[in-house]
Design a protein around this ligand. Structure first.
Ligand code: ATP
Ligand code: MG
Length: 223
């Protein structure tokens, strides 16, 4: 039996920095469970749960949902994972959320995708999403095989309501004010790993190499 240490990771970066795409590659290559706060919230909206209905206007306006609500949602979900490590995408997004997570789990590593805001603004307008799975495509650098169609299910792709230009500006502001302090929080704990660039496909090999070093037993299995 391969003895492997479970890894608990967080991926951070401004909206549209490629967290979804990089997360999908990390979880596929290294077999981690992927938990995306945005996907969880969107699936609540789609299923019209009480929580989803309450949170929809917040999200459509590009504001963060209240800390207590999102922390409970994510920590409940983490409890259902009984084996394997995980990668949190979109959570924590405030220092208070990071503290709530800290009370329950030790985070081993935090991947920070450092992408310039100008690149992000251009990118989000060419982003297409498969809402049920959270798969994202970009007509410039990661297009679906058939335009407007999800590669896996054949469903139609949509543009998210909150990818409109005014909302993107507000999401970037929320990131600067509320989420950048979380980077400091993890930097001071010595677990922050920053990857800078403007293209996901150029950032990815560095992230992949980092995880190979971090999880040797898993990389042997994946090789
Ligand atoms: P990307 O899809 O590129 O990751 P993003 O990070 O802005 O962009 P999501 O993570 O999908 O988007 O989140 C969408 C929205 O859901 C956010 O704008 C916010 O309103 C809400 N949200 C998601 N995670 C959190 C969180 N941890 N705390 C508060 N609100 C959140
Ligand atoms: Mg996302």
């Amino acid at each position: 039996m391969v003895l492997q240490r479970v890894i608990r990771a967080v991926i951070m970066g401004p909206p549209g920095s490629g967290k979804g795409t990089v997360s999908a590659r990390i979880t596929k290559t290294f077999g981690l469970n992927h938990i995306s706060s945005g996907d969880l919230l969107r699936s609540n909206i789609k299923e019209k749960t009480e929580l989803g209905l309450l949170m929809k206007s917040c999200i459509d306006q590009g504001q963060l949902v209240p800390d207590g609500i999102i922390s409970r949602l994510i920590l409940n979900d983490l409890r259902t994972i009984d084996h394997g490590g995980w990668l949190l995408d979109g959570f924590p997004r405030t220092v208070s959320q990071a503290e709530a997570l800290d009370q329950v789990y030790v985070v081993d590593t935090v991947i920070n995708l450092n992408v310039p805001f100008q690149t992000i603004k251009e990118r989000l307008t060419s982003r297409w999403t498969h809402i049920p799975s959270g798969r994202v495509y970009n007509t410039d650098f990661n297009p679906p095989k058939v335009p407007g169609i999800d590669d896996v299910t054949g469903d139609a792709l949509v543009q998210r309501d909150d990818d409109r230009p005014e909302t993107v500006t507000r999401r970037l502001k929320a990131y600067e004010n509320q989420t950048e302090p979380v980077l400091e929080y993890y930097r001071s704990k010595g677990v922050l790993e920053t990857f800078s660039g403007t293209e996901t496909n150029k950032i990815w090999p560095h992230v992949e190499a980092f995880f190979h070093k971090k999880i040797p037993s898993l990389s042997q299995r994946a090789a």
